[in-house]
Design a protein. Structure first.
Length: 88
C-alpha cells in the first residue's frame, strides 16, 4: 500500500504560530538598515556606536546592531515635556 503525501506529512509537528515557549532570536541589522529605521545617516550611527551610545556586534569587519538596541535608543532618547509648566 502506498502512503499518500498527506499521510506522510501528517505526523510531523506543525507550527501553529504560537511561540510562547520559543525564544525569538535577536535580529541583527546592518548599519544601513538601522539608519533607515531611525531616519538618520549612516555616519550618525557610526558616531553613536563609537561614543558607546549604541551597542553593536562586530563580526569580522562588519558591524551589526541588535534590533532591541534600536528600540532601547529610541526609548532612552524620548523627550517628554510638561505643557503646563512655565520655564524657570
Amino acid at each position: 500500500m502506498i502512503d499518500s503525501p498527506q499521510d506522510r506529512f501528517s505526523e510531523r509537528p506543525r507550527f501553529d504560530g504560537c511561540r510562547s515557549n520559543v525564544v525569538e532570536p535577536t535580529r541583527l541589522l546592518t548599519v544601513r538598515e538601522a539608519a533607515h529605521r531611525l531616519a538618520l545617516g549612516r555616519s550618525t550611527l557610526y558616531n553613536l556606536m563609537d561614543r558607546g551610545a549604541l551597542p553593536y556586534v562586530k563580526i569580522g569587519r562588519a558591524r551589526r546592531i541588535p534590533s532591541g538596541e534600536i528600540e532601547r535608543l529610541v526609548r532612552d532618547s524620548l523627550v517628554v515635556r510638561d505643557s503646563g509648566a512655565l520655564p524657570a
